[in-house]
Every structure is written in C-alpha cells, then in structure tokens.
Design a protein around this ligand. Structure first.
Ligand code: NAD
Ligand code: UDP
Length: 315
C-alpha cells in the first residue's frame, strides 16, 4: 500500500484519480480548497478508512508523510481561471513550490498535471513535446498558460538542483462525468444546452479544432507516467489524437441526445487557439504502449448520461 497525496482531488479529474487509487488499495489524502471542486465529487469515497479529505489551499505549505504526490490543484476552465487570474498564477507557481518542497523533504515522487495550453496557439501541428509553444505572455489566458509553464520550469529545476523525482504530463482537453456543469467548457456546455433543448453556443465559426480524451484514458496514462522508469520525467503528451471541429462536436451531441436545439454563433474569445492535436508517440513508447481506448461516441454517451441524471436531480 502506498500513501498518495492528490492536490485538487475534489475536482473533475482528481475525483476519478482518487477513486482509482482507492480501488487499487492505496491510502489517499485528497487535498482541495473547493474553489471549483466539491465534496459531492468524492462523497462516495468518504466511508473508506483509507480516504482522507483535507481542506487546504496549495498556496500555503502542507506536510504529510507520503510516497507519491499528484499535483492537480488549479482551476482548468477559462471562466474559472480568469475569475481571479492572480490567484490562478499563485496556485500554479506557489502550489508547485510547496508540493515540490514537500516531495524533497519526504523523498516522494511527484507528478505535475501540466497542459496542452503550454503550446498556446500552436504553429506546428500536431504538437510534439519538443515544441516550445506560441503563448501570448500578457493575454487573458496567460495566467493559466504561463503559470503552468513556470510550474514545469520549477519541476525541472527541483530535479536538476535537488534530485527530486519528478514526472510531467501535458494533458490535452479531457471530458467525462463530474465535469463542472457551469464552467463554460465546450463539452459540458453543449451537452447541457442540448439536454435542455436550448441553443448550442458555438464561439466563432466553429472551425477551430480540439482533440478530446475520455477521463478514464487519462487516468491510466497518469498512473503509467507515475510508474514509469526513474530516468524518464517527461514532459509527455497525454491526449487523444482524434481531432474534430467544434461544429462537428455540436452536431454529434445533437445526434446522440436527439435534441431540438438550434446552433447559434457567438464571438470567439480572445486568444482562442485555432487547432490542437497531440502527437502521442512518446507516450506510446515510454508509457507501456499507452493510447486512448474510449471512442468519442462511447465517451460522450457516458457523459450525457451523467448530465441527464444531474439535471433530473436538480429539477
Ligand atoms: P477542476 O477545476 O475540476 O479541478 C481542479 C481542482 O483544484 C478543484 O477541485 C479545485 O477546487 C482545486 N483547487 C483550485 N485551486 C486550488 C488551490 N489553490 N488549493 C487547493 N485546491 C485548489 O479541473 P480539472 O479539469 O479536474 O483539472 C485538474 C488539473 O488538470 C488542473 O491542474 C488542470 O490544469 C489540469 N488539466 C485539465 C485539463 C482538462 O481538460 N480538464 C486539461 C489540461 C490540464
Ligand atoms: N467553445 C464554444 N462554445 C462554448 C464553449 C466553448 O464554441 O459554449 C469553444 C471555445 O471557444 C474553444 C473550444 O470550444 O474554441 C474549447 O473550449 P474549452 O473552454 O472547452 O477548452 P480550451 O479552449 O481551454 O481548449
């Protein structure tokens, strides 16, 4: 049994990770300040003696004897990370310093949930890990992008200077049950709009692309990265290379839900990347042939089922 700390464990991805770690018989500390996460996301784990929930903000230091740390704490959707941009930067940067300090002190292995956003609006396609990115350092997304880039730099420097055992994954857009219904991300927005037969809001002309992975595939990739050979620290892309436009996504969700929603077009947000697709050759090579298994139709159907039930309960 390992003692594992998950920061941001009450959020969308963190809750799935905590669930899997508990299922596998680990002792899990879930640390969260509930900014975008909630106790409901992990309520089904509360009765387990090996699950411990701690209300804590990663911008303050924290101490616990642990073997592994997954550092996920950070708001991830544009609405939430732009709500208090200074706090977003502090969470990424001070959160990384505090968790790396803890890893150094207790000799834990530490994994950083970085993001495809470090590539900004990419000029090469698909994105490989050696691409340095095209980020606007003073734009409205920079509190997130640059915070995550600084965190990557901190991780590498703790590795070089202090021999901390680090792992960095760059997560591409992820979806699934327990996404926050109100955080403005495209999958949750479109599904909720479709289920309510309200207009589906496409920003811009809908030709911009993303590549979405289902959350279960990501969790497997994350755990394989944590377990990867000691001299491999990444960064490694973890995402689904299946790329599609937002217009195609809207049509697919309409089709699965049988919705009567109209599609409407709204202005494109500032600095919205036009395309994004991971090159996952490195993940295949280093993470034991890891690749996404869940197809879009199957993943969307499970996510739609989750939101359908949520909306019924709320009604
Ligand atoms: P989320 O908002 O659901 O989860 C983030 C969690 O961190 C929440 O529970 C929130 O309350 C917590 N948190 C935020 N600030 C905190 C702080 N200062 N102290 C303690 N807890 C704090 O988002 P998510 O989609 O689950 O994302 C998890 C991680 O994965 C984030 O680091 C995000 O940047 C990264 N990521 C996510 C995606 C994606 O598509 N979902 C893509 C790339 C990277
Ligand atoms: N988007 C959209 N309608 C919405 C919400 C988002 O067309 O209601 C677009 C958004 O402009 C972006 C894409 O969908 O081009 C993905 O947005 P999201 O916020 O989910 O992820 P990110 O931009 O961070 O990749």
């Amino acid at each position: 049994m390992k003692r594992v700390l998950v920061t941001g464990g009450a959020g969308f991805i963190g809750s799935h990770l905590c669930e899997k770690l508990i299922e596998e018989g680990n002792d899990v500390i879930c640390l969260d300040n509930y900014f975008t996460g909630s106790k409901e996301n992990i309520s089904h784990l509360m009765d387990n003696h090996y699950f411990e929930l701690v209300r804590h903000d990663v911008t303050h230091s924290y101490f616990a004897e642990v073997d592994e740390i997954y550092n996920l704490a950070c708001p991830a959707s544009p609405i939430h990370y732009q709500y208090n941009p200074i706090k977003t930067i502090k969470t990424s940067v001070m959160g990384a310093i505090n968790m790396l300090g803890l890893a150094k002190r207790v000799k834990a292995k530490i994994l950083q949930a970085s993001t495809s956003e470090v590539y900004g609006d990419p000029l090469i396609h698909p994105q490989t890990e050696d691409y340095w990115g095209n980020v606007n350092p003073i734009g409205i997304r920079s509190c997130y992008d640059e915070g995550k880039r600084c965190a990557e730099s901190l991780f590498l420097n703790y590795y070089r200077q202090n021999d901390v055992r680090i792992k960095i994954i760059r997560i591409f857009n992820t979806y699934g049950p327990r996404m926050n219904a109100n955080d403005g991300r495209v999958v949750s927005n479109f599904i909720v709009q479709a289920l309510k037969n309200e207009p589906i809001t496409i920003f811009g002309d809908g030709s911009q692309t993303r590549s979405f992975q289902y959350v279960d595939d990501l969790i497997i990739g994350m755990q394989r990265m944590m377990a990867s050979r000691d001299d491999f620290y990444g960064p490694v892309n973890v995402g689904n290379p299946h790329e599609f436009s937002m217009l195609e996504l809207a049509e697919k969700i309409k089709e699965i839900t049988g919705s009567k929603s109209k599609i409407v077009f709204e202005p494109l947000p500032e600095d919205d990347p036009t395309q994004r697709q991971p090159d996952i050759s490195l993940a295949r090579k280093e993470l034991n042939n890891w690749e996404p298994k869940v197809q879009l139709h199957e993943g969307l159907s499970k996510t739609i089922e989750y939101f359908d039930e949520l909306l019924r309960r709320e009604a």
